[in-house]
Design a protein around this ligand. Structure first.
Ligand SMILES: Nc1ncnc2c1ncn2[C@@H]1O[C@H](COP(=O)(O)OP(=O)(O)OP(=O)(O)O)[C@@H](O)[C@H]1O
Length: 479
């Protein structure tokens, strides 16, 4: 490295002599004051780095960027002057930006999730980015299991996406057996699919959105489910567990800690108000009995009515994902030619017409599929917005005007636009002004990505390890 720096110094000197008349920046010397706040742009200096004083600070920073974080960190021990230069936040932001994880997501996690639960409504004290870099590098990583009610997503927190998906309803075992044994069977299956020993890693697990009432019975049911999850995992010798509800995780994935999370799930749709990472059960969680399974079922019914033959439900699901959408104006769409085709491997070419938008329409008009559910998606969300408004939990009402969608079905093209349009029709301007509907941040994997953000936060490795050694207790608990 010294050789490398020497070479750069030599070339800087050469440049200095040839460009001395044209470039003033290369003639600038710098020295360092111990009181200075260090940045790429401003280094006010009084002590010296010796020979290196002759290199302009921006070139110096370029050199450090080229050296990389490991080498740069070693330079800290040279002297105070070097330490000050190398500790520069901009330099470590640069290193962090060049890691695999997107910078904005990492910044959100470090500024909002570092304090753990309960989340503070004010941002936690930010450490220097050099410290954050060092601590994140030491986080051992975790196994993430997002057990959706239809599909489970599992994988490593250090990876960009889940390493696998499994049909949850198949893996849970006998539906008659008690929750504890079903959970234990389910988690054991996930670990064996990942080919890891449960005892080798901390685990972040999502808890399904269920029993959302504010009554004692609902609270007890939530607590029992949570306890069954912990017992099942600790009995498998998992060293530490972080169990958080799916809705909060999906909201984190959108880089938000407050807002309304709308999860269009496998069996049902839930509208969950969340303030500072906490579900507002008192305000009320809305739910409707329409989910992905109903959409697939309704498309199958329509295809059968048109004598379109298929041999498996997988074909119907594929056509739903490839050809279906939600119309912004349903009546207008009925008058259009909307025919489109898709070739399903092995099964052949399928052509859908009105089925393309009638399928998704049951989210807004469940009755067209003969469903008795009273409310459509827009009505359920509007009720939740009204309740948030009436509850007056904060002087500033903007927290509930961000509506984040989650779940695979929310990926249907047109859902965002239609929901936004219907909400403006249903709600008075005092509530609807400023609302924003955000598409699922990571498709069907939103909750998994929210868990990933938490698992890699620079503070998260300290607590789990300590807790696991002492009590095998919980780190976070956000039911
Ligand atoms: N791009 C897409 N368009 C439409 N539907 C999709 C798309 N991607 C996935 N889906 C559907 O989403 C469904 C699975 O959704 P998801 O993985 O969110 O369920 P889940 O997490 O098991 O449900 P829950 O939230 O109830 O636990 C499947 O029926 C799948 O067909």
């Amino acid at each position: 490295m010294a050789y490398f720096l020497k070479k750069i110094l030599e070339s800087a000197n050469r440049l200095n002599s040839t460009n001395s008349s044209s470039s003033s920046s290369l003639n600038l010397n710098f020295s360092i004051s111990s009181h200075a706040s260090v940045s790429d742009q401003v280094i006010v200096c009084s002590s010296s780095t010796g020979e290196f004083d002759r290199i302009p600070i921006d070139i110096f920073m370029q050199i450090l960027k080229l050296l990389g974080p490991k080498e740069a960190a070693k330079l800290i021990v040279v002297c105070k002057s070097w330490k000050l230069i190398v500790s520069c936040n901009n330099l470590w932001i640069y290193y962090l930006q060049n890691k695999k994880d997107p910078w904005d997501a990492m910044f959100f996690a470090e500024s909002n999730l570092r304090s753990g639960y309960p989340l503070r409504s004010y941002p936690s004290q930010m450490q220097s980015f050099m410290q954050i870099y060092g601590q994140r590098a030491q986080v051992p990583g975790a196994i993430i299991i997002d057990g959706g009610s239809g599909y489970c997503k599992f994988g490593w927190s250090k990876y960009g996406s889940p390493s696998g998906r499994a049909s949850t309803f198949m893996e849970f075992g006998n539906i008659e057996s008690p929750v504890y044994s079903r959970l234990r069977h389910f988690f054991a299956t996930m670990y064996s699919r990942m080919q890891v020993k449960p005892s080798s890693q901390p685990t972040v697990v999502s808890i399904p959105i269920s029993q959302y009432g504010d009554r004692e019975a609902a609270k007890t049911a939530r607590r029992q489910l949570k306890e069954a999850v912990y017992s099942a995992l600790f009995d498998l010798n998992v060293p530490s567990v972080c169990a958080i509800n799916q809705a909060t995780l999906a909201l984190f994935a959108a880089k938000k800690t407050s807002g309304i999370l709308v999860n269009i799930g496998f069996h049902q749709t839930c509208v969950v108000p969340i303030l500072n990472g906490k579900i507002m059960h008192k305000v009320g969680v809305e739910s409707m009995g329409v989910g992905a399974l109903k959409l697939t079922g309704y498309l199958r019914e329509q295809m059968q009515q048109r004598n379109l033959n298929f041999s498996s439900l997988y074909t119907v699901r594929t056509l739903k994902e490839r050809l279906c959408y939600v119309a912004i104006d349903y009546e207008g769409e009925l008058r259009k030619d909307t025919e489109a085709s898709y070739e399903v491997p092995v099964e052949g070419l399928f052509t859908l017409k009105q089925e393309r938008f009638r399928t998704g329409e049951i989210l807004f008009q469940p009755r067209i599929a003969g469903l008795r559910t009273a409310n459509g998606l827009h009505q359920a969300v509007a009720i939740c917005l009204e309740h948030c408004h009436a509850a007056g939990l904060t002087p500033d009402e903007t927290w509930f005007k961000t509506i984040v969608l989650a779940g695979g079905t929310a990926c249907l093209p047109g859902v965002v636009e239609r929901l936004e349009k219907e909400l403006h029709v249903l709600l008075p301007p005092s509530i609807s002004n400023g609302i924003r509907v955000i598409p699922p941040p990571h498709g069907a994997d939103s909750a998994w990505h929210g868990a990933k953000l938490l698992s890699n936060v620079s503070s998260s490795f300290i607590l789990p390890l300590v807790v696991s050694l002492i009590t095998k207790s919980l780190v976070f608990d956000m039911m």
